[in-house]
Design a protein around this ligand. Structure first.
Ligand code: JB3
Length: 208
């Protein structure tokens, strides 16, 4: 029998995660909690069963949870949910779409609650933190380090040995060249090419 899993947040990112879980066949999805959605409504056939206040009760029968709130430029909600789930005692698995490519040596080096979407390529020597999102068709090359709560948006390319600090967001289709170190809490806009290191908290949203 498969383990049950509860999903936290029922928006766009949730749909992508539901599909990956269904196709991987690894968990039975127990339901979704979302404060803004109507109880008993459905997201891709999965029922919204209430708000986050029911999670301690759910934990009596479901031991796995996954944060299906994505993020645009701000990880505070995901961090708050992560801390709540940990406090209750939920286990957060790594969810990878079966059509992602993950190097064999990396599998043990991916933090809890991280999502790897369809078409993403994760090459050898990489370390990924907790609750990171490596989104659709992102390509992460050898020996990169990706921090906690990082969002690598669809179509991003990280060349080899790139470092990405905790809570940094890299926008759709951005390119980061070899050996660049990006600090914590940085924002890189869609389509930007980053050739130089970025310090903590910096934004790079215009190609110049
Ligand atoms: O770019 C891509 C491919 N994906 C984006 C993803 C990474 O981030 C996507 O396009 C969106 O921009 C964003 O997806 P997300 O987070 O699913 O956004 P949205 O569709 O706005 O749905 C967020 C859901 O989370 C809403 O239904 C909120 O009510 C819910 N939510 C917010 N805070 C929460 C909480 N749910 C729970 N259970 N607890 C919360 O604290």
């Amino acid at each position: 029998m498969k383990n049950k899993i509860i999903l936290i947040g029922g928006g766009g990112h949730c749909k992508v995660v539901i599909d990956a879980i269904d196709l991987s066949g690894k968990f039975d999805i127990y339901g979704i909690v979302d404060p803004a959605l109507k109880k008993d409504s459905k997201v891709l056939g999965v029922t919204v069963i209430g708000k986050d206040d029911i999670l301690p009760d759910i934990f009596k029968k479901v031991k796995y949870a996954f944060i299906t709130v994505g993020s645009i430029g701000n990880c505070e909600i995901r961090k708050k949910i992560y801390s709540n789930l940990n406090k209750i005692g939920f286990k957060l698995p790594v969810i990878a779409h079966p059509k992602s490519v993950i190097a064999k040596d990396v599998i043990a080096n991916i933090g809890e609650g991280t999502f790897i979407a369809a078409g993403a390529i994760v090459n050898p020597g990489i370390v990924i933190g907790k609750n990171a999102i490596i989104n659709t068709k992102a390509s992460v090359d050898h020996d990169c380090t990706i921090g906690d709560f990082v969002h690598i948006a669809p179509g991003v390319t990280l060349s080899g040995v790139v470092k990405v600090g905790n809570e940094t967001h890299i926008g759709t289709g951005a390119n980061i060249i070899q050996c660049v170190a990006i600090g914590k809490n940085c924002i890189i806009g869609a389509g930007i090419t980053v050739r130089k290191d970025m310090k903590n908290g910096k934004k790079n949203i215009h190609n110049s």
